[in-house]
Write a protein that binds this ligand. Sequence first.
Ligand code: NDP
Length: 487
Amino acid sequence: MVQSSKNYIDGAWIASKTRKTFVSTNPATGQVLGRFQASDERDVTAAIHAAEKAFSKWRLVPAPKRGEILLRVAQLLRAKKEEFSRLVTIEMGKVIAEGRGDVQEAIDFLEYIAGEGRRMFGYTTPSELPNKFAMSVRDPIGVCGLITPWNFPIAIPSWKIAPALLCGNTIVFKPASDTPLSALRFTELFIKAGLPKGVLNVVTGGGTAVGSPLVKHKNVRCISFTGSRDTGDWITKNAGIKRVSLELGGKNVIIVMDDADLNLAVDGVIWGGYGTTGQRCTATSRVVVHQKVKATFERMLLNRTKRLRLGNGIHPKTDVGPMINKAAIEKSQRYVEIGKQEGAKLLTGGKPIRGRGHFFQPTLFTNTTSDMRICQEEIFGPVVSLMVAKNLDHAIDLANNITYGLSSAIYTRNVNNAFTAMRDLESGVMYVNASTIGAEVHLPFGGIKGTGNGAREGGWTAIEEFSEHKAIYVDYSGTLQRAQIDV
Ligand code: NDP
């Protein structure tokens, strides 16, 4: 059944002022799943006003009580895990096991953040003056604009909504236009869990029509964005003076040393490179293999890549699901041509599948060099490029020769190699003997270099992202005491 959904503003489901709608479709079948509001600036403004109004009360709700609401959302989501997992697969395309992972990640994070309501630690520190108390507490920031991509339609919204609410902020949430149904169904859980009206507002619609006015609005005090580097760059230039956190793309690498367990390394590349059809910011798109094991590793990887079953992710035997849309297929195809022109050797794949749905063959290039565009630019598809290194130093140089810095991994049985890589690989997330994907919710998540602007989601750092430090001094001396002067 096609669902018709409205925006959620100030505790009510309301149609956009534009009276226009758009549809969301199943990328595996083309089936229309729902019709959504193609909103514009007027709807965004109404949502911001609602969030501003709600802020004065929500900020005073004790953090443990705010946490209790998040825990109820986690419980509701757990009770409906299978329904939500299937929704993720149907709307985004990832295979059902990963659909379940997407939802589980949100449950885990909601539970983790709910507990933060009883921590949200500030600091106390001695004052330099007698009879004076010094501390730092956390304040909410205000109205937060949350903008999310389509590749984790439940998990990424949870990474932003949960800590923003816990810290006492109110929200205007703009989900990706490819996955609005998942976002709105997720929103319903917050309503059911008892979130007061106006605290979480959701406006669907295009990046330019809805995202841009949200970014530019002066009463929005914080923008938290996950998406492409181009959009992140635009936000940086247009947000004005407000807190901005950016989680952008990656060009993540696995190093395979000559002492590695090669079967394990193949597992890691298959999972990291072709899981989620390569549409993860942490996807393994580059592999640097030691020259001594290059031929063997390449043969093993090719063999496994060719055996991957491409199909509708809802079928449990499917290994690789569809890509999100036609533009994504075209982008992968474009990069395959670029790779060939640059002199890389195409070992398998490289073509879209004709017919219904957006399918692209798992693709493997070898004999690539680090300056090639397929080794430098984010493809965000099932395309993996193999390079060769002479030794560990060379491998690390190749791995770091990139403007992104999200995730990296090394497969080695040598503890010295492992620790050298842990120290020298330039990325915000790093793995030893595990793939580039698979971050856990209670550790900081984010990248360095062109992947972001230093913000970290997940873990305790999510509280940093959505709160302000307020330094407070209490002078109980009864006299005028002058810091730095009465020394
Ligand atoms: P986009 O940047 O195109 O879109 C992300 C979100 O931004 C969508 O909601 C989009 O809306 C919105 N948007 C687009 N233009 C604007 C604008 N001018 N102002 C405000 N909002 C805007 O990225 P993709 O959807 O293509 O997502 C894939 C990208 O996300 C990849 O590059 C990937 O690496 C990155 N990503 C990063 C992660 C990380 O944690 N580092 C995690 C996951 C993905 P609409 O959908 O309506 O166009």
